[in-house]
Every structure is written in structure tokens, then in C-alpha cells.
Design a protein around this ligand. Structure first.
Ligand SMILES: CC(C)(COP(=O)(O)OP(=O)(O)OC[C@H]1O[C@@H](n2cnc3c(N)ncnc32)[C@H](O)[C@@H]1OP(=O)(O)O)[C@@H](O)C(=O)NCCC(=O)NCCS
Length: 174
């Protein structure tokens, strides 16, 4: 079995990952505009994990300048982690997440990693070093800027410890 990890531009890789993402978050579903939404919502980069030439796992990386307690900082947003349903529990999701974290660490100007997940998925990330972000988050949403509380925010320390306080995502959530 050969495993290959590619890190590609978020827009360019979209056609390759669209079927996988839409198998979990069908296009147009009301609850997750950021997952399969318009071009502006594409992540900066995408991690693609292939096993024997087949795409098995994906995660997106959105690099964004946000406002934290009124100060600018650069966040590495992780989103859209998906493993093909018939390839789960074989370590591919962990490989994708680790590759995304390494990409953020290698990019020396990123202050912190941040992701959003539902409560059932949080233990997966917490077992891999992510911690709950303990503060208020605002983001662009359909009706304009508003508190974003749909999902659980988890963060991982990079250059700084951004673990709480007021965070304005300065755009859509990822
Ligand atoms: C969440 C998700 C991405 C995990 O992907 P995955 O490829 O199954 O992840 P892994 O195989 O690395 O880990 C999953 C579990 O399998 C276990 N596992 C890993 N390798 C294994 C193996 N060879 N044999 C048995 N179990 C294994 C891991 O320990 C982990 O268990 P844990 O959560 O108790 O630690 C996948 O379930 C998914 O696509 N879900 C739908 C989309 C989603 O909800 N995404 C998250 C929100 S952003």
C-alpha cells in the first residue's frame, strides 16, 4: 500500500475533492455554507491523502488575518476533514490532520490553529492536542456579522497561545 500526501491550492484542488466533500456535506445544504459554498469560501490550501492512487482523506487550511481582542493575528483555520466512508478508522484522518498541522508550523507567521467541529467529533481532535477555545467568536454569516456558536471551537498553540478572548474571524467560518 502506498500513501501519498499532497498539499495543493484550495481552489485548484476543488474538482478533485468535491465528490468526497459532497458525500458528507451535500451541496446547498443550509447548515454548512462554508463547506461547499462559493469560490470565496475555498480554503487557502487542501491536504489530500491518497492510498494506492485513490483519494481517501482531505482537510482544508484557511490562512486568514483575524482580529483577536482587537489585535490582528494570523490564524490557520482547519476545516472539512473527511475520510471516505469505506476507509475510516485506518489512520487516514489523523495523517491528513497531522500534515495540516505541520504545514501551519512550517509557515512561521501563523499564530494559532483553529477548527470548528460538532461535540461528537471534539474528542477525536482533543486526543490529538487540540483544546477548546474559551471565548466569544464572531463571523460573517448569512445575515451579516454575528456570534458564531454553531460548532465547538478548538485551537492548537503555534507561535502564540490564543485560547480565549474575543475573536472576529473577519469573514465566513471555515
Ligand atoms: C472524523 C473523520 C475525518 C476521521 O477520519 P478517520 O480516517 O476515520 O480517522 P482515523 O482513522 O485517523 O481515526 C479515527 C479513529 O480510528 C482509530 N484508528 C486509527 N487507525 C486505526 C486502525 N488501523 N484500526 C482501528 N482503528 C483505528 C483512531 O484511533 C481513531 O479513534 P479515536 O477517535 O478514538 O482516537 C471521519 O470519521 C469522517 O470523515 N467523518 C465525517 C466528517 C466529519 O465529521 N469530519 C469532522 C468535522 S470537521
Amino acid at each position: 500500500m502506498s500513501i501519498e500526501i499532497d498539499i495543493l491550492s484550495g481552489v485548484a484542488a476543488w474538482p478533485m475533492v468535491k465528490p468526497l466533500l459532497e458525500s458528507v456535506w451535500p451541496a446547498g445544504r443550509e447548515t454548512a455554507p462554508q463547506r461547499t459554498g462559493p469560490e470565496t469560501a475555498h480554503p487557502t490550501l487542501r491536504v489530500l491523502v491518497e492510498s494506492d492512487g485513490e483519494l481517501v482523506s482531505h482537510v482544508g487550511i484557511t490562512i486568514r488575518i483575524v482580529s483577536w481582542n482587537g489585535r490582528k493575528c494570523q490564524i490557520g483555520g482547519i476545516g472539512g476533514l473527511v475520510t471516505r466512508a469505506d476507509n475510516r478508522r485506518q489512520g487516514y484522518g489523523s495523517i491528513a490532520l497531522r500534515a495540516a498541522e505541520r504545514t501551519l508550523r512550517d509557515h512561521e507567521a501563523i499564530d494559532c490553529g483553529l477548527l470548528f467541529c460538532d461535540d461528537q467529533q471534539a474528542p477525536f481532535f482533543q486526543a490529538r492536542g487540540w483544546q477548546r477555545y474559551d471565548g466569544e467568536i464572531t463571523a460573517e454569516q448569512r445575515g451579516g456579522k454575528a456570534p458564531y456558536r454553531d460548532l465547538t471551537p478548538l485551537q492548537i498553540d503555534l507561535r502564540r497561545k490564543i485560547r480565549g478572548g474575543t475573536l472576529d474571524l473577519c469573514g465566513l467560518p471555515w
